[in-house]
Design a protein around this ligand. Sequence first.
Ligand code: DGL
Length: 265
Amino acid sequence: MRRLPIGIFDSGVGGLTVARAVMRRLPNESLVYVGDTARVPYGPRGAETVTRFALQLARFIQAQRVKAVVIACNTISAIAPEAVRAASPVPVVDVIAPTVATAAAATRTGCIGVIGTVATVTSGIYPRLLGQARAGVETLQHACPMFVPIAEENLAEHQVADLMAEEYLHGFRETGVDTLILGCTHYPLLKRAIGKGVGPDVRLIDSAEPTAEALANLLAAADLLSDGPARYRWCVSDPSYKFLQIAGHFLGRRVEPEVEAVTLE
Ligand code: DGL
């Protein structure tokens, strides 16, 4: 059981930022990553569609015989965490709960900003969970859908990233927000532009590290930590998608030749 892989899934490539943190935090663990590159993005879609797609990802991951699951997508974690848990006989970690705990502990002003996809922001899950984590906390949210294609087009250092960050984030300035949750797994690639957009005094909270830490704690508590060696599988529903081209930016290493084309149904 301990040597079984951890299943990690996302709507596409964004979850690789979480996989990267898991590989660093748990270097002995094997991973099976699945990205639904045929249907990304999920962020503009309705709850019913996101839930249907999320269940197909969850079922695929279960069929790979995994010992734990990481929902490495804020949109799925916001819309369908219960559905995924109900379909998963193994422990499930989502990206939102660990991130909320980190942000609630980090803020001094009690005013937390959240950016994410339209689905994540409209779900209201961050304000709800932040309110439960810390009484009196104020949450300001803004959807930043254009950050996803900017990250995927490798334009993080281009002025288009700075222009969009200014457009989306200027409203957070002078609000008392001292902590900003990057509530989408693509956004860590845009940390420089996002930091510039909100100003230097705002701490950015990336969901990857808190999620990897939560997973490590869960595996340790369940006596499920592996002593290696780690093996990695990278599965995508559309291999012609520019996954190979951009995965390296998200993961920090090459994914070839291990990429597999899979069917989600
Ligand atoms: N990875 C998704 C998330 O974290 C963003 C991309 C999408 O819209 O599917 O919400």
